[in-house]
Structure formats: structure tokens, C-alpha cells
Design a protein around this ligand. Structure first.
Ligand code: PLP
Length: 406
């Protein structure tokens, strides 16, 4: 089982060759720099999921037969491992199919009244903006947007000004999926708490890349996705703080969520089961659990340090290229992860991504589901290179050499 803070299996330096050997998809030498969208899957995760289908394929919490008992135990053990990974308790983790679904579920499970206020920001991924704008449309909720500076950075004084006693919820991203910069969520969480407001953190880009101790973040909810942290698609999780979970009226109910049902009414099970209506993604939960064990065995501090080294190396090389603009802040001292948005003047971002693809290099191009942030940065789209623990400096050099040819 993964124990929070016990990253003990790997020596000081990460063994990148050994790590790369765990990813069958890397065998043909393609370069994968689209990790902010979805990461690759190691053999260990694939094996764990296969084991479910080959050895104990059954539904969970429903059967008294051997397979169902094993599947239920493994599913709950997975919840425990994912919880430990962020230092939460097991009953504070509910599985959803991804970050977007988790945020929507929370938005629709809280009890809103006209005039309630939500504070969010200009740098959010659409998945942490639309659910709040929808509440504005549906219930007349007042949504106040904290502005960012020209680099897409947020200022804590702006939160102090925006959050007041009318604020019910503050929703912000921990790390921008466009610029890779880390926001001061702990301070924002404190201001929220001081004003009796709930704080929801979009952890889609932080949980995979930096060590999270949820107890230090002063937040009530955090959502994240397995497919961005070496796990399978189709599963993500929400941290729902114990004191809050009773307040939620689950947006989705049905089989697996109830203790008793009559034709008039029903009694829900305790959290988190009451949040997981229907058959959950069982193999995916087991794969998610194996992914956090994989990351934990290497050590999240080591992973962040390695990515930082790669990012610094890439930025130094990119900055030397005439006509190439990097967005967001590259200032030393700003904590960031391995996400670099850039454009080459005179070349459309999609065309540049296609050129890189023809050289065997996968990057993302477009608005990255963050149109308001694009407007802050003064652009419509960018190419985005995003790194993870299996990427290397040599791969970055290969990308740079393509720009030389252009
Ligand atoms: C910051 C951020 N939030 C939310 C999401 C949505 O994640 P998912 O597509 O897994 O729901 C993403 C995906 O890129 C993201 O980067």
C-alpha cells in the first residue's frame, strides 16, 4: 500500500532509462510532450488492470461470491491508496470519471440560493469555469472573476478584495494547464475559510506533478484525474472534506448509494459511497491505485525536481530561438511545472504542431480549454510542450533541432 510521505524505493537520482523501460508505448522512439493533456501508462498499471479482468472480474459491494469480495476489497484498497497519496482519509475520496465530472458533481450537489457568490479566476480550465457560469445562468448566482496579470499570474490581494461574507465558494486551479505556474491556494483557502466560504481546488495539473498534503491546503474540495498521472482514462477523484460531505445532496443517486429505499423515500449510505451511483470503474480504480504507487515509489519531490530541471533546460534553449515567444512567466523563483506554451511568429500553432508530429514529436496546439486566459495572454492559441518523468533533455534537443530546420 502507498503510505503518504514514504517515498523510499528509488535512489537519489531518478533512473530515467529504467522508467522509460516501463512504458511500452515509448519503444518506437516517438517523443511525447503532451502530458498536460494525458500521460502515458506504464506496464505496471496495465498489468494491475488486466489482473482484475483475468482473476476476479466482478461488480463491487453487491455480491457475496469470491470474485465480488476480492473486487470490493481491491476497489476500497484503491481508494485508500489514492487518499494516502494526498494525505486524505479514505472516506474523503470519491471516484468520478474525471476532474470535469467531479467539479460538476460538487457544483450541482451544493444547495444554492439566488444572491450567493462564487469567486473564481480568469486562468481556469473551462472545466472549472463552466460549472460556475451554469449556476449563474440557472440560479442567479453572482460569479466574481479574479483577474490575472499579463503573464496569467494571480495576485493574493485580489482574492482578499473579492472574497467576502456573501461568498459561498471559491474555485481556483492549483496549477495552470496553460502556463504551468503554481497558484497560492493555501493562502486563498485561508481567506476563504476566514470568510466562511468553501474552497475548491482544481488539482488536475498539481496532483500529478507536485507532492500534495491536502491537510495543509486549507481547501474543502480538490478534483483530479488518473489519466494525467500515469493512470487509465475514465477515472478521477474528488477530495471532499469530512465536515462538508454531509452537506452535499448528491447530484446523482441510484444503485450503490442507498441504505434503505421505500416507494416514498430513501436513506443514503455514508460518504463516499453515497456519491458513487451505479457500477464504478473498477479496473480503472485499481489502475489508478497502481499509478499512485508507481509515482510514490519514485517520490513526488524527485519528480518535481526532475521536471524543473527539464523545464529550465527547455526554456533556455527556446529563448535563444529568434521569433519564438514563450507565454506565462519564466522568472526565476516562480514555482512552475513542466508546461511551456509558445508560438513561432508567422506560423500557425496547429501547423507547427503538425510539423513536429511529422518529426515524431507530440505536442498540443490550440486554446487548451482556457479561452479567457488566452485573451489575457493576448493570443488565440499556442503550441504547448508539457513534460513528465519519462522525458529527457535529448528529446528536448530533438524538438529544438526541428525549429532549426524551420
Ligand atoms: C487544470 C485542468 N482542469 C481540468 C481539466 C479537465 O480534466 P479532465 O479532462 O480529466 O476532466 C484539465 C484537463 O486538461 C486541466 O488541465
Amino acid at each position: 500500500m502507498y503510505v503518504h510521505g514514504k517515498d523510499k524505493y528509488w535512489p537519489d537520482k531518478m533512473n530515467i532509462n529504467q522508467i522509460r523501460g516501463d512504458f511500452p508505448i515509448l519503444r518506437d522512439g516517438r517523443i511525447y510532450f503532451d502530458n498536460a493533456a494525458t500521460t502515458l501508462t506504464p506496464r505496471q498499471v496495465l498489468d494491475a488492470m488486466n489482473e482484475y479482468y483475468e482473476e476476479f472480474n466482478a461488480n463491487v459491494h453487491r455480491g457475496l461470491h469470491k470474485f465480488s469480495i476480492i473486487a470490493s476489497e481491491r476497489y476500497e484498497e484503491s481508494r485508500k491508496n489514492v487518499a494516502n497519496f494526498i494525505n486524505a482519509d479514505s472516506d474523503e475520496i470519491a471516484f468520478f470519471s474525471n476532474t470535469s465530472k467531479a467539479i460538476n458533481f460538487i457544483a450541482l450537489s451544493l444547495d444554492w440560493k439566488k444572491g450567493d457568490k462564487i469567486v473564481t479566476t480568469e486562468i481556469e480550465h473551462h472545466s472549472n469555469l463552466l460549472p460556475w457560469l451554469r449556476l449563474k445562468r440557472k440560479f442567479g448566482i453572482n460569479v466574481e472573476i479574479v483577474k490575472a496579470d499579463e503573464n496569467g499570474c494571480l495576485n493574493i490581494e485580489d482574492f482578499e478584495n473579492a472574497i467576502d461574507k456573501k461568498t459561498r465558494l471559491v474555485a481556483l486551479t492549483h496549477i495552470s494547464n496553460v502556463t504551468g505556474t503554481v497558484s497560492q491556494v493555501r493562502d486563498v483557502g485561508k481567506i476563504s475559510g476566514d470568510n466562511n466560504a468553501l474552497c475548491l481546488v482544481d488539482g488536475a495539473q498539481s496532483v500529478p506533478h507536485i507532492k500534495i498534503n491536502i491537510k495543509e491546503l486549507n481547501c474543502d474540495f480538490m478534483a483530479f484525474s488518473a489519466h494525467k498521472m500515469l493512470g487509465p482514462t475514465g477515472i478521477g477523484a474528488a477530495y471532499i472534506k469530512k465536515d462538508i460531505s454531509e452537506e452535499l445532496d448528491p447530484a446523482c443517486v441510484g444503485g450503490g448509494t442507498v441504505d434503505y429505499v421505500s416507494l416514498d423515500d430513501y436513506t443514503l449510505l455514508e460518504p463516499p459511497q453515497r456519491f458513487e451511483a451505479g457500477t464504478p470503474p473498477i479496473a480503472e480504480a485499481i489502475g489508478f491505485s497502481r499509478a499512485v504507487r508507481y509515482l510514490g515509489d519514485i517520490g513526488m519531490e524527485k519528480i518535481e525536481k526532475y521536471e524543473k530541471e527539464l523545464t529550465k533546460y527547455a526554456i533556455n534553449l527556446l529563448e535563444d530561438i529568434d521569433g519564438l515567444d514563450i507565454y506565462g512567466t519564466c522568472k526565476p523563483g516562480v514555482r512552475r511545472i513542466g508546461i511551456i506554451p509558445f508560438n513561432i511568429r508567422g506560423i500557425n500553432a496547429d501547423d507547427l504542431a503538425s510539423i513536429l508530429d511529422s518529426h515524431g514529436i507530440a505536442v498540443r496546439s490550440g486554446h487548451h480549454c482556457a479561452i479567457p486566459l488566452m485573451e489575457v495572454l493576448g493570443i488565440k492559441e499556442t503550441v504547448r510542450a508539457s513534460f513528465y518523468l519519462y522525458n529527457t533533455k535529448e528529446e528536448i534537443e530533438q524538438m529544438i533541432s526541428v525549429f532549426g530546420k524551420i
